[in-house]
Design a protein around this ligand. Sequence first.
Ligand code: BES
Ligand code: MN
Ligand code: MN
Length: 462
Amino acid sequence: MEQVINYQINNKNRFLSELLDLLRIPSISADSAYSNDIIHCASEISNNFKSSGLENVCVYETKGNPVVYGDKLINNDLPTVLVYGHYDVQPADPLDLWESSPFDPVVKKTVLHPDGAIFARGSADDKGQFFMHVKALESLIKSDSLPCNVKVIIEGEEEVGSVHLENFLNTHKEQLSCDVILISDTHIFSNEVPTVTTGLRGLSYVEVMVEGPNRDLHSGLYGGAVPNPIIVLSKMISSLIDDDGKIQIPGFYDKVENLSQSDRAEINKVPFDDLTFMNSIGLKGIEGEKGYNSLERTSIRPCLDVNGIWGGYTGEGAKTVIPSKAHAKISMRLVPHQDPEEITNLFTKYFKSIAPESVKVSVIPHHGGNGYVLPSTDPGYIAAKKAMEKTFGKEVLPYRTGGSIPIVSLFEEVLGAKSVLMGFGLDSDAIHSPNEHYGLFNFYKGIETIPYFYKYYVEIKK
Ligand code: BES
Ligand code: MN
Ligand code: MN
C-alpha cells in the first residue's frame, strides 16, 4: 500500500486538474442541445481510462447516450469488482443563483471545507465521485498493486432514468459479470461520522393534468360559476396527504416493510439532529409522517412530493383569466418491496377517483425505479466499512438514504450482484442545485480509501 499512497501523493495535483477538465464539459443529459458535449465527455473519459492503465477501453453506443467501459483483468481465480458511475449531469439552471459559472470549476474554501471545495455542476454528482475510482485504479495499476479484477462502466443517462442501460446490461451480461458492484454516488453522514450507504429509496414519478373549460375564460364573466382547474388540482393534491402525514392512496403502504426494533435502532445510530437539519436548510419547523423521526422519514418511509405546478397566467402584472388547464409533477419516493409500477397504477386510479365530475384528469407516468437495501452482513459492506475505518480512523456506521439510483436494483436482477454504495459526498454539496460543490478532502479521501476496499474485499472472499 505504501507505493500506492506515494503514487497518490505525487500525482495529487494532476488528479485534480484532470477532474476540472471533465467538469468543463456540460454533459447535461436532460437537454438534447448538449448531445455533442455528452459525446465529447464520453470520449475524454475513455482517453483518461487508457492513460490510467485500464484495458479493453471502449465507448459503447446505445440507443441513448454512450457508455464508457474499461477493465483490468489480472486473474480468473480472483474476485471481480464492477465500478459504476455516471458522467451526465443535471441542468445548471437557475444560472443567476450560481456564484461562479457552473462549467468553469473553481476551488473555494468554505466553513465546512477549510481545505477547499470544487464548485461546478457534476463536481459531487457524479464526476468528482466516479473519477476517484479512475484515479484510485490508476494508482493501483501503476504501482503494480491491483489485488483483483476490475471492470468499470460510466454511463451518461443516470439523471434521466438510465432508460437504455438495462438493455446494455442484458446485451453485455457476460462482459459485466462480477462478484460485487462498487459505486460512489451517495454521501456520508459527515466528515466526522463516516458511513456506508445501506439503502436507497425507489421512485415513482407522474405528471398530472386537470382540464376544465375548453378555453381560457374571462374570470369576471365566468368566475364563480365554473370549476377553476388550478383550484381543483390544488385541492386534489392537498387531499393526498392527511394531517398525520399519511399518504391517502389506498394500498400505498401495503408492501412497506416494517423494520424490527433492532434495525430501527441501527438506522438511528448516526447522530442526526433536527435543529442542525432545520438550520442547514433555513427552516423554523419541520413536518412529516407521524410516528417517525426526520431521519426515518427520509430513508425507511415513503413520501409524496409536488415537484412543480403550473397553469394560467404567470407573467408580469395581472391578467384576469380562468385557465383551461392545470398541471403538476408529482414524485413518490418508495422503500424496498414497493413496486414503482404498481404504485403508479394505484396513484392513477385514486387520483382520477377524487376528481370532481366537472373536470377531466390525465396522468402520465415518467421513469421510476426500485429501492434497495444492502445487509450489513454482506462481504462488500464489510470491506467498505473496514476501508473507511482505516482511512478516516473512526467507526463507520450504516446509513440509509432517501435518494434513488434505479440501476442498482437492476444490477441485482440482471447481473446477480449486490452494489456497495461507498459515496464520499456530503448532503450539503448542493447536488442538483446552484453552487454544487465537492470537498477536496472528500475527493482525496475517496481516492485513498478505494484501494483498501479492494484489499479487504479480496481478503474476505478468500
Ligand atoms: N446520485 C444521485 C442519487 C443520490 C444522491 C442518492 C445522494 C443518495 C444520496 C443520483 O444522481 C440522482 O440524482 N438520482 C435521482 C433519480 C433519477 C431517476 C433521476 C434522484 O434521486 O432523484
Ligand atoms: Mn448521481
Ligand atoms: Mn443526480
